[in-house]
Design a protein around this ligand. Structure first.
Ligand code: ADP
Length: 474
């Protein structure tokens, strides 16, 4: 299979294998065998290898950032951020090797000791999307490894070269054979087989809601642990007392950063009627000046979409928006510049007069498209904010501390920003969503340990006699 540059599809980045069942079998078996050794390596020693990996990522940061930009299109400074997030996650996970705390607590019986420890789960299948080709695999693989699990990693079809680069760094860091395994190929083929494979104990998936539903169902049937991270329809509220300049900057970065292809991208702007006109005028002015182009060009602020399917999807949503009565204030079309014709460029787009009941207000677009919605009160803003099936990220711009705290309490989202855009997660805090965004788990932070390890409760009775809990002591 081929991986091509989305900014100029004449450029071939890599060819990679369309793997099949035999490869899945081999990868899972390798991981199963390696698990028996890796689980017994002390966590602080496992962590040292992860620390070495962090150093290697740092040494290769620039090279890898270029590869990200070439392979999936995001501007170079964002690609550097993608690698940095991997480094941050490696440092944090390595530290966890010397923590991974359990609890000790008194027993209700005399001469008895009670404690909890974390134990690894086994073979973890990691299925990842293309929008953060370094950060997301790192988020999953590093905590999985430090907890003592082994990994089969199935990256997205659009970013195979980034995945291969990462695996080579793991090898250089000295990870024993079989501890991390890479399998390329189609999601509907090897991805599906991997999820169903009886040798896999846990699946961690980030991607579309549709695929996530299938992955979840298969894991339910085959009794696997599963962590799902799916869609979002994130909104930024701008209240009448907000710092408008700041709110416009936040909206631009939230809506058009990574060309809107982030699960935390701002796809709705909920604007108080008193500032709507003023805010919108400024936003359109600033959007007009955004530089669309190849990510490799240092002036570029918005890069291409990742592939032809995404370009078609965004174009189709624009047809939907027009048919639903939304007004296109700027953009709305595939880019027309001659020099962008070999890539998948879509103009940054602002839609006005979007009704909360319409598809454009409710469905994830995953492109540089933001919908404006007008409200008259704080309560209405929160109600519109929460009126979607998703609940990943949210933002409110206000100077009113009471409203800020009410928003923190009432917004239905896994992540909430006050006076900041909907994007900007840090690796030492939990990441994930409520409602249909996920299945209740969190990645990152120490919360991710609850995905990749199982609590084991241990009682040590040193009384030398049978002690019956709840009976002999009452
Ligand atoms: P996106 O819209 O981000 O491409 P997908 O859900 O299609 O979202 O893809 C995310 C990841 O899931 C990719 O690595 C893809 O190969 C994989 N994938 C796609 N379909 C399946 C499937 N049926 N089973 C398992 N993995 C899949």
């Amino acid at each position: 299979m081929e991986s091509r540059n989305p900014a100029d599809t004449r450029e071939l980045i890599a060819t990679f294998p369309r793997s099949g069942s035999a490869d899945v079998e081999q990868a899972v078996n390798a991981a199963r065998q390696a698990f028996q050794l890796w689980r017994l390596v002390p966590a602080p020693i496992r962590a040292e290898q992860i620390y070495r990996f962090s150093e290697l990522l740092g040494q290769h940061k620039e090279e890898l950032a270029y590869l990200i930009t070439q392979e999936m299109g995001k501007p170079l400074n964002e690609a550097r951020g993608d690698v940095q997030e991997g480094i941050d996650c490696a440092l944090y996970s390595a530290g966890e090797g010397r923590r991974m705390f359990g609890q000790t607590t008194p027993s209700e019986m005399p001469n008895k000791f009670a404690m909890t420890v974390r134990s690894p789960i086994g073979v973890c299948a990691l299925i990842t999307p293309w929008n953060f080709p370094v950060a997301i695999p790192c988020w999953k693989a590093l905590p999985a490894l430090v907890c003592g699990n082994t990994v089969v990693f199935k990256p997205a079809e659009d970013t195979p070269a980034c995945a291969t680069f990462l695996i080579q760094l793991f090898q250089k860091a000295g990870l024993p054979e079989g501890v991390i395994n890479l399998i390329h190929g189609l999601g509907e083929e090897v991805g599906r087989e991997l999820v169903a494979h009886p040798g896999v104990d846990l699946v961690s998936f980030t991607g579309s809601s549709q695929t996530g539903a299938e992955v979840g169902a298969t894991c339910g049937r085959t009794h696997k642990q599963v962590c799902l991270e799916m869609g979002g329809k994130n909104a930024q509220i701008v209240m009448e007392d907000a710092d408008l300049e700041l709110a416009v900057e936040g909206a631009l970065w939230g809506a058009f950063g990574t060309a809107g292809q982030r699960c935390t991208a701002t796809s709705r702007l909920i604007l108080h009627s008193q500032i709507k006109e003023q805010f919108t005028t400024r936003l359109v002015e600033r959007t007009h000046k955004l530089q669309l182009g190849p990510g490799i060009d240092g002036r570029t602020e918005v890069g291409p979409l990742v592939n032809a399917a995404q370009l078609q999807r965004v174009s189709r949503y624009l047809e939907v928006a027009r048919s639903e009565g939304a007004k296109v204030l700027i953009g709305g079309e595939i880019a027309s510049q001659e020099e962008l014709q070999h890539g998948y460029f879509f103009q940054p787009t602002i839609l006005d007069q979007v009704h909360p009941d319409t598809r454009i207000a409710r469905e994830e677009i995953f492109g540089p498209v933001v919908a404006l919605m007008e409200v008259n009160t704080f309560e209405e803003a929160i109600q519109v904010m929460n009126d979607t099936p998703y609940g990943l990220s949210a933002s409110i711009y206000t100077r009113d501390v009471n409203q800020a705290f009410q928003a923190m309490r009432d917004i239905e989202a896994g992540i909430t920003y006050i006076n900041g855009p909907t994007i900007g997660a840090e690796v030492h805090l939990p990441f994930g969503g409520v409602k249909q965004t996920g299945n209740g788990h969190r990645e990152a932070g120490s919360a991710v340990l609850d995905v990749f390890s199982a609590w084991k409760t241990i009682y040590v009775d040193f009384s030398g006699r049978l002690q019956r809990a709840q009976i002999d002591n009452h």
